[in-house]
Design a protein around this ligand. Structure first.
Ligand code: DCP
Ligand code: MG
Length: 395
């Protein structure tokens, strides 16, 4: 098999992340079952488990399980509330480790990222060798373990990182992707939700290998052009998507995970407003604007939706972003559920038309004038002082 020109991609995922950080902070917890999540109230608590360490997983406790069920399974476990800012700090530290090895780091969540280390081979060795260096650094500097998958594509690397957790390292050689994927359950294909799984079942597919044996035509007829083509390619281990680092990304977003799930929609909307403001000001600092606004919403239990709208023109002010974000939030929301995470992203980015270097800022463009004034004030007094009052009065 020719391997020249193949990419070398790592997917790094921290092990039992919140619980592992808690164990590190308090060595007395080591070896004991630890559950991070909402308050169990002796089994009467109503929230869910965020994560459990591996000792607690032996009792069958895992992410998104009702906390009352976790208590039933192991009342003697140590139950802790999440400390999000602590985990975010650790996440940033871990990211600085990644950045020693490559500029191409694409964070996916608080505890996982893709790295493209193709260009780092001459300095540090091949993918698996770099994975060992990263694992050693995370262990040495952070007293935490990570599991890493190495492959020539994101999809295969992501699957590989999960196969030997915790503290795993699984490398798939270029050319051996299809063989590696074949025995895995079909549900591991990206994009295969409950509906697709039912259709795969009717086609007689249980494993990824079963899907790989189907003609492309059959998949396209069953799932439509785009999804069918994706399944056809992924099942054979073909996935050309690049690792997109922050530096060259095509979207800019911010999200917040609440320490405790939130029922009050005013709190959720205020948070979304703050995030919209941060995204707007960050876009302006980079001289960017984008036409697509996406809102992400996750409820207790970890169900997640994203809703997007594309506007006529690229925007980069909170005045333009916030009303769209609020409307997307309101239409997507399931009001009976508490909210765990909310986020807003602006994509389809382009250079902003009116910037400081542009002499022809239309005088009618009041938003930009206000925005510039707000940016100037924010630099002196901290963000969030000016536009809030006018825009938030109905929240
Ligand atoms: N998380 C959460 N609720 C979920 C899933 C995850 O709050 N339903 C949080 C807690 C996790 C963190 O995100 O620590 C990372 O999620 P992972 O799915 O990577 O889970 P862990 O890192 O905890 O465990 P693993 O070792 O399986 O990666
Ligand atoms: Mg993890």
């Amino acid at each position: 098999m020719v391997t020249v020109g193949k990419r070398s991609i790592l997917h790094v995922d921290m092990d039992a992340f919140y619980a592992a950080v808690e164990e590190r902070e308090n060595p007395a917890l080591r070896g004991k079952p630890v559950v991070v999540g909402s308050e169990p109230k002796e089994g009467r608590g109503r929230g869910v488990v965020a994560t459990a360490n591996y000792a607690a997983r032996r009792y069958g406790i895992g992410s998104a399980m009702p906390i009352s069920e976790a208590w039933r399974r192991c009342p003697t476990a140590i139950y802790l509330r999440p400390r999000m800012s602590l985990y975010a700090d650790v996440s940033r530290e871990v990211r600085t480790i990644f950045e020693r090895f490559t500029d191409l780091v694409e964070p996916i969540s608080i505890d996982e990222a893709f790295l493209d280390v193709t260009a780092s081979h001459r300095l540090y060795g091949d993918g698996p060798a770099i994975a060992v260096l990263i694992k050693d650094a995370i262990r040495g500097e952070q007293e935490l373990t990570a599991s890493i998958g190495c492959a020539a594509s994101k999809f295969v690397a992501k699957i590989a990182s999960d196969l030997d957790k915790p503290d795993g390292l699984v490398a798939v050689r270029a050319g051996e992707e299809a063989e590696f994927l074949a025995p895995l359950p079909i549900g591991r294909l990206w994009g295969a939700g409950p509906k697709a799984l039912e259709r795969f079942r009717r086609l007689g597919c249980c494993t990824i290998g079963d899907a790989a044996r189907l003609e492309r035509d059959v998949l396209v007829r069953t799932f439509g052009e785009s999804l069918g083509d994706r399944f056809h390619r992924l099942s054979r281990g073909i996935d050309d998507r690049p690792v997109v680092s922050d530096h060259i990304r095509k979207s800019l977003g911010k999200e917040t995970t609440f320490g405790e799930d939130v029922a009050d929609r005013k709190v959720v909307e205020r948070t979304l407003f703050d995030l919209s403001e941060q995204v707007a000001s960050s876009l302006r600092r980079k001289g960017l604007a984008g036409a697509t606004v996406t809102v992400k919403l996750r409820w207790e239990g970890f169900d997640t939706v994203t809703r997007r709208r594309t506007l006529q023109e690229p925007v980069n002010t909170v005045e333009k972003i916030w009303p769209v974000a609020r409307e997307l939030l309101r239409t997507a929301d399931r009001p009976r559920l508490r909210v765990r995470l909310v986020g807003v992203t602006v994509s389809a980015l382009d250079r902003a038309e009116s910037g400081q270097s542009d002499l022809f800022v239309p005088s009618s463009d009041v938003d930009h004038r206000v925005a510039e004034a707000v940016d100037a004030l924010a630099e002196r007094f901290g963000s969030g002082t000016v536009t809030r009052a006018a825009l938030l009065d109905d929240v």
